[in-house]
Design a protein around this ligand. Structure first.
Ligand code: FAD
Length: 407
């Protein structure tokens, strides 16, 4: 354990999902005085599946969460590719696409991880301010004065933005998101629907040029996660704020598709948990300014084309906390955090565009080549060069041990 700095070091973290509570846990262990402000009225339980892989496994293990996460592991057994007539093109292990390592890497509903992280930080010392968020912040070099939306004002030594892809902390300190949001050419709709198909521990996916539809069954759950994803050169205007327009656009894009697509479009239109966004990465030249620093999706969202958002959030939070505990000056800590984490982030973000996508072929030629590859028998995780590269990148950072470093 690093020697604790002055325990009065007051830190505010914005965002109580994955990066925020992970950071709070470690900072508290190092003697910091931690508050988390979260816009929602509770930790969000959103159920889509997320992965913890490679170096991030070591983080959750050091937090004592590994046994509980293993119990909750989804253990998807197969991924079936179908054509417009619902005929099977191929059935492969999911790891052949994701690069996950069977027996080591973990996939759990997101709410399981956020709940475990929240529970771990319920020690009476870490304060949560739900239903609130940062309105303004002023960094005068000696500290940061934060005014909350609730009207309260407080002074902190350090403010950390762990408030996701559309981070308000980032906007307040670094400027509008457009400068940092790298749109990857796809939009997605995610929603749930009853598991009428009787799917169990599996995913089924259909692709046409520039369009992909899928269903994913977590265990034998009564509800499925469904997605409708499409390519478009320009992200739809007001896409995040006008769900009705987005649904109409999606319905038009998929109007002529077969398989279960008409059923999925109908379910999307009546869904009460529709989540729509563009597929984007956050790329910033620096993750800190003065006494404010960003972590997780706020600083370096990788997008679901690469996966790894959760793992980067866990690893980044662990290292930022360790570096803050190892340096007297926050700027030195931020520089060390960035030096260690940035190469890992960049390699993981680059996975979004390696090779041709098995899941999201953009053109008829890509779709044909993909189907040939699948028909050739991509039967195990080891068969895919892409999966091998993914595995290498997931594991490329060796987690520092801050306890031993401090003697
Ligand atoms: C549909 C979908 C599927 C995904 N699938 C995967 C996957 O398979 N594998 C994977 O690794 N990752 C996946 N991800 C990505 C993963 O969810 C994120 O990378 C990860 O959650 C990042 O964690 P975070 O803590 O940095 O940010 P987030 O989880 O985005 O959390 C941000 C938190 O900040 C809060 N907040 C936002 N604004 C404010 C504000 N102004 N004030 C206070 N609080 C605020 C939010 O309510 C939220 O609690 C997926 C994401 C989506 C959307």
């Amino acid at each position: 354990m690093p020697t604790p700095l002055a325990p009065s070091r007051k830190v505010l973290i914005s965002g109580a999902s994955i990066a925020g509570p992970t950071l709070a846990y470690w900072l508290h262990r190092y003697g910091f005085d931690v508050t988390i402000v979260e816009r929602a009225d509770a930790v969000r339980s959103g159920g889509y599946p997320i992965d913890v892989r490679g170096t991030a496994i070591d983080v959750v293990e050091r937090m004592g969460l590994l046994p509980r996460l293993r119990e909750a592991h989804i253990n998807a057994r197969r991924l079936t590719f179908v054509d417009e007539n619902a005929a099977t093109i191929a059935i492969i292990p999911p790891e052949a696409v994701t690069g996950g390592v069977v027996g080591r890497d973990i996939e759990v509903p997101r709410g399981v991880l956020t709940f475990l992280l929240f529970a771990l930080t319920q020690n009476g010392a870490i304060r949560y301010r739900f239903n609130d968020s940062i309105d303004t912040l002023e960094d005068d070099g000696e500290g940061v004065t934060v005014r909350f939306k609730s009207g309260d004002a407080q002074r902190y030594d350090i403010v950390i933005g762990a408030d996701g892809l559309h981070s308000r902390t980032r906007a307040l300190v670094f400027g509008p998101e457009e400068q940092f949001n790298r749109y990857l050419g796809w939009c997605f709709n995610l929603f749930s629907l009853p598991n009428m198909a009787g799917l169990s521990h599996e995913g089924v996916t259909y692709a046409a040029p520039g369009r992909m539809a899928g269903m994913y069954a977590v265990g034998d759950n009564a509800m499925l996660h469904a997605f409708l994803t499409f390519a478009t050169d320009e992200p739809p205007v007001h896409s995040r704020t006008d769900a009705g327009a987005q649904c109409r656009r999606t319905a038009e894009v998929f109007a002529r598709d077969g398989w279960e697509v008409p059923h999925l479009v109908e379910a999307m239109q009546t869904s009460d948990d529709l989540y729509f966004d563009t597929v984007s990465q956050i790329r910033m030249p620096r993750w800190s300014s003065g006494r404010v620093v960003l972590v997780g999706d706020a600083a370096y969202a990788p997008s679901f084309l690469s996966g790894q958002g959760t793992s980067l959030a866990l690893v980044g939070a662990y290292i930022l906390a360790g570096e803050l505990a190892s340096h007297d000056n926050p700027q030195d800590a931020f520089a060390a955090y960035e030096r260690i984490v940035r190469p890992f982030v960049e390699a993981n973000q680059a996975l979004a565009t390696i090779g041709e996508s098995l899941l999201l072929p953009r053109t008829q030629e890509e779709l044909d080549r993909r189907n040939q590859l699948l028909a050739g028998g991509l039967s195990s995780a080891d068969d895919s060069e892409q999966a091998a590269r993914r595995r290498e990148v997931h594991n490329m950072l060796k987690l520092p041990d801050y306890g031993r470093a401090a003697g």
